[in-house]
Write a protein that binds this ligand. Structure first.
Ligand code: SAH
Length: 357
């Protein structure tokens, strides 16, 4: 069998592994041996409870691959670890592990590059190369756990790429990562960040994954938002907030908003007031004025050479936050972890690709 036609073992659920095993004349109970061990980072060749003949048969039809560490940067300031992982075809993606008191959180990538075109973002500059497979999504977590020798308890899909533009693979990833025989990470410990693909948000609401949704809003009026986020021309602010409201109503899961503050673009007191009024009007009806939890995460924009944007100063950020708070919206300013290793996603991969080309 041609290498490219082989089945990717780490993308399969136990019942799918069973079907594969049966098709090569192996008992299906072997899925219970393979699945948990692969999710701890062992390849079938390393599994002592699986005989050589079985492993060889498996290798004719399928492969096991974990992302390999191409580069690893550790922050001297806060211990944040940034990985540049190489994939089977040589493409690279970034993942970042942040250490908090309540455990380790990993930020994973969902695509090689991105086609959403946000004006401030490094990941989209070269466009999208390809989607990540379910095994490459979960492989970032397994490879990081293996390298660190530590468990990861929280996952945020906020790295390179737009997760909802890779919907089916992200869904299979969610089934894998929450599986009790595998990493068994609870859906409440997983959040997915999207620039606002409304059709997919609506679809996600109907699946039974109670994950936290994080919406990259960045502007509250269509003119400003369309200028920095092309996706707004397809799904505008009103439509996006309608999807948010219904996601909350269907799943009961809170939604948080990301708002990147760009000096002179979206950081004025007027912009803060407009944002607060809009969120209150669209997401809270008088009946649930207090209960609808709205959380805005303010992120001073990370300067990317090609974009020419600069971050709002501290005073503008604090003023913006206090206007939101006065209107009953919880606002936090994103703590910059790993500032010394340029931990925000997209830039390390770009540096690597420039070097290769
Ligand atoms: N495509 C998804 C997830 C990846 S981006 C999304 O759009 O949400 C993760 C977050 O980082 C998004 O909120 C994104 O808008 C933000 N971001 C991208 N580039 C940034 C930069 N240069 N400075 C600050 N935040 C940035």
């Amino acid at each position: 069998m041609n290498e490219s036609e082989k089945i990717d073992l780490l993308s399969l659920l136990p019942e799918e592994l069973e079907a594969l095993l049966l098709s090569i004349g192996e008992p299906k109970y072997r899925a219970r041996q393979l699945f948990p061990q692969m999710h701890r980072g062992l390849s079938p060749e390393e599994m002592t409870n699986i005989g050589k003949a079985t492993r060889e048969k498996l290798a004719t039809r399928a492969f096991f691959f974990l992302p390999t560490v191409r580069r690893k940067l550790v922050s001297a300031l806060d211990g944040t670890v940034k990985y540049l992982f190489a994939l089977r075809d040589g493409h690279c993606v970034e993942s970042v592990v942040m250490k908090y008191k309540h455990g380790n959180t990993i930020c994973i990538s969902s695509q090689v590059g991105c086609r959403m075109g946000c004006a401030f973002c490094a990941s989209t500059i070269g466009g999208k190369q390809r989607d990540l497979s379910p095994s490459e999504l979960i492989g970032q977590i397994i490879a990081a756990e293996k390298d660190l020798g530590a468990r990861i308890s929280n996952v945020v899909m906020m790295g390179i790429g737009e997760p909802l533009d890779n919907y089916d693979n992200v869904l299979q990833f969610l089934r894998l990562v929450g599986h009790e025989q595998g990493l068994n990470i609870g859906y409440r410990h997983i959040s997915l960040s999207t620039c606002g693909l409304c059709d997919k948000i609506d679809r996600l609401a109907k699946e039974s994954f109670p994950i936290t949704l994080s919406i990259s809003l960045h502007a509250s009026d269509d003119e400003t938002r369309s200028a920095i986020m092309p996706v707004n021309k397809k799904w505008n602010v009103d439509r996006l907030l309608a999807s948010c409201r219904s996601y909350y109503e269907v799943t009961g899961r809170r939604i948080s908003f990301e708002y990147t503050l760009i000096a002179g673009k979206n950081d004025s007191p007027d912009a803060a007031l407009r944002l607060a009024n809009l969120l209150n009007a669209k997401l809270r009806s008088p009946a649930d004025a207090v209960t609808f939890p709205i959380h805005v995460n303010l992120i001073p924009v990370n300067p990317v050479a090609e974009t020419g944007f600069s971050a709002s100063d501290k005073q503008a950020v604090e003023r913006f936050a206090s206007i939101l708070e006065k209107k009953g919206i919880r606002a936090t300013v994103r703590r910059r972890l790993g500032a010394d290793i340029n931990a925000s996603c997209g830039q390390l991969r770009r540096a690597e690709e420039k070097k290769d080309s």
